[in-house]
Ligand binder design. Sequence first.
Ligand code: EPZ
Length: 419
Amino acid sequence: MDKIRIHGGHELSGSIKISGSKNSALPILAATLLTREECCIRRVPDLSDTNYMVQILAHLGAHVERASGNVAVTAEKINSVAPYDVVRRMRASVCVIGPLLGRCKEATVSLPGGCVIGDRPIDLHLKGFEALGAAVRVENGDVRVFAPKLTGAIINLRGKFGPTVLGTDNVMMASVLAEGTTVIEGAAQEPEVVDLANFLIKMGAKIEGAGTRRLIIEGVKELHGAEHDIIPDRIEAGTFLVAGAIAGKGVTLKRVDPEHVQSVTNALTSCGYKIDFRADEISVSPNGATTPLEISTEPYPGFPTDMQAQMCALLSTTDGISVITENIFPQRYMHVAELKRMGANVDLEGPTAVIKGVDQLHGAPVMASDLRASAALVLAGLKAEGVTEVSRVYHIDRGYEHLDEKLRDLGAEIERVQA
Ligand code: EPZ
């Protein structure tokens, strides 16, 4: 297993291009199962998660060709069983259930495991499938859904932690070929859900309200092939904005959608950093004294839970007392113990982290535990004095395309070493 070694204290500057969104590419690749015609998806990031999804599509019988960021999928004849050894490595595999149910009127998919950021139930997904007329059985670690036919319904998908992103994706994909109209109340508004809806509409689906809490889907007989460019990854963009804040003297991101990262740029502005916008570019630079921050993670357009760990790293070296409250995955603090090994002063009180900024973090061997916690440890290493070694970087490779190379291009002294 590789490690990433960072020699801290080097100032970052220059510009990097943001890759296509992982969390948009995964459901859109799954959506290609809804037609027997060829779909061409461009700007698919080269990640282990997207590689897993391509493998799942191929296992289901689709013909998949990949050339750099372009993936062509033809799901002419498919089966509807995704077994454990194929889906176990990625929780987001759950988003093939909706298109399989929509296309084949049945699906058998191994249940996603939990993960370190907390329990990852799919009860809301299953509630949506049942509302459309599917019978749902959970047995032997598999979830099996089947329906003689799917009929449009009014479904509220809001759970106790708010909307569900993949749940909204899954039920939307199951409903596009249903008979009649489906209304999804409490729908997720994330840009990745909008990107999926836009792709489905290009395939011939009839969807209104994408980006709002209320989706209206009028079922159609069949969908045709389509082409699509994945939107930029707003969480990668947010991660590099924090990199520019924690260790930069002027870092510019290219190919971003400023609207998608507004909650992050607002937070950095409140901290005292200078943010400049130009078309599809955003720059972040220091701007004198910084101030502590109080933030809570919320569903989009609020501050994203996927940026909480990265912000924790930044606030660990911001003078004063900052407070982060994690409302989406209350246990999502695996990064805190590792940041404390580097000298951070963070106290956890349930879903709340109270962070007392320290003058200096110190490099140390630390362990990645999940995708965004890993990124947070790399960011802390950029700032720390000395050498930080982040192990288990396969977590990073799941969701960041060439993170170490991009940081090196900005002037970081960072290298990938064989463990
Ligand atoms: C998506 O996961 C993202 N993953 C996650 O990003 C992201 O953290 C999350 O949305 C929240 O924004 C992908 O898009 C592939 P949810 P998802 O269903 O859809 C609860 C990353 O780092 N819930 O929106 O699985 C759930 O436990 C990953 O890129 C239920 O209770 O998350 C959580 O508390 C990590 N029942 C809340 O809702 C359900 O049936 C939001 O989860 C489903 C979810």
